[in-house]
Design a protein around this ligand. Structure first.
Ligand code: 5GP
Ligand code: MN
Length: 327
């Protein structure tokens, strides 16, 4: 889908001064790490860079180098020349960050989601990349943009998290080659970063998991596993949105399960649905697109209007249909 070269983007980065680097709502390590890495490289070029996310920096990722650069967007639109959306499949998933750059003259869209329609003036959507961080690495390297330890650590965190610690199917030799360069040239301490990423969760996360497991259901001859989080349980436990990241992997990890689904009741009368597949012929991106969302073939999501039980039934029915068509 890319009709833009790294050279064209490199030229725009060098020729303009005021940038806003944006990522999707409910950000993950790939969005935050990619945003910070590109921002730090532009900062080294002497550029004025704002790094915005609707949710601001998450506590969980606040160890990332120069994490303080990433903030919630300003309430009034700021004059920027170039707005860069990273890891964001559709523009409205930028949330409040979108309105904050109303005046940008050039929009750049760099992403790896299958469902990205290619919005913006300069577009690189590489669905073969396991993480947006990998595309940012390629951009920085191919254009000779500044690179240092802090940039390397942010990119390593982006790639490590979006590949499920170098496990998901899009992880390939190139991913390891990039990781090797990040570790070597960036002088990274892998053990320390991994501990911060994977062994530093609040106790609350496990308490959420305990409640989720109580709601666990297996359907479609145990090929579909799901669990759900009600607003009440979330409130009782004082859940932070990021506490849930990755918990769905427990469902996918069960032998025989092809599709895992996580339902999270939201305050605005909607349910956030998170879906994972273990089989390329069961495309959860297609299921989620049908429900108004998007994502990747094996990891996708949507926000659906309705109550928890009602959305669960509707979504599980769609999954069952997809299973019948697929495997
Ligand atoms: P997660 O389940 O981790 O929230 O998201 C999995 C993937 O699906 C991510 O790549 C994310 O960008 C995408 N995704 C999640 N929720 C939505 C949604 O509501 N709309 C769209 N378009 N994509 C989503
Ligand atoms: Mn990503």
């Amino acid at each position: 889908m890319s009709n833009t070269t790294f050279e064209q983007i490199g030229k725009v980065l060098r020729e303009h001064q005021h940038f806003a680097i944006l990522g999707h709502v409910r950000p993950d390590g790939d969005a935050l790490g990619s945003q910070l890495a590109l921002a730090l490289s532009l900062e080294q070029l002497g550029k004025d860079v704002r790094v915005w996310n609707e949710d601001g920096m998450l506590e969980k990722y606040s160890f990332l180098p120069r994490a303080e650069l990433l903030t919630k967007p300003s309430a009034t639109p700021a004059p920027v020349d170039v707005a860069i959306a990273l890891d964001t499949a559709i523009q409205n998933r930028l949330g409040t960050a979108l309105a904050a750059v109303g005046s940008a003259t050039i929009w750049i869209n760099i992403d790896h989601h299958l469902s990205n329609p290619g919005y913006g003036d300069l577009v690189i959507v590489d669905v073969s990349a396991p993480a947006t961080g990998e595309i940012i690495f390629n951009l920085i390297k191919s254009q000779g943009l500044p690179f240092n330890h802090d940039i390397a650590e942010n990119l390593y965190a982006a790639i490590s998290t979006d590949t499920g610690s170098f496990q998901y199917p899009k992880t390939n030799a190139r991913t390891f080659a990039i990781a090797e360069e990040l570790v070597r040239a960036g002088g990274l301490d892998v053990g320390k970063i991994s501990q911060q990423l994977y062994e530093n969760y609040p106790r609350r996360r496990l308490e959420v998991l305990r409640e989720l497991l109580r709601t666990m259901r297996f359907t479609a001859d145990d090929r579909v596993a799901s669990f759900s989080l009600s607003l009440k349980t979330a409130a009782d436990l004082g859940v932070f949105p990021e506490d849930n990241e990755g918990l769905i992997d427990h469902l996918r990890a069960v032998r025989g399960v092809i599709v895992a689904v996580f339902f999270e009741e939201l305050a605005e009368g909607k349910v956030r649905v998170s879906m994972r597949s273990k089989d390329e012929t069961v495309d959860v991106c297609a299921i989620c697109q049908k429900l108004g969302g998007g994502g990747h073939t094996l990891a996708a999501g949507a926000r659906i209007r309705g109550g928890l039980a009602e959305v669960e039934e509707k979504v599980l029915e769609e999954v069952l249909e997809a299973l019948k068509r697929g495997s």
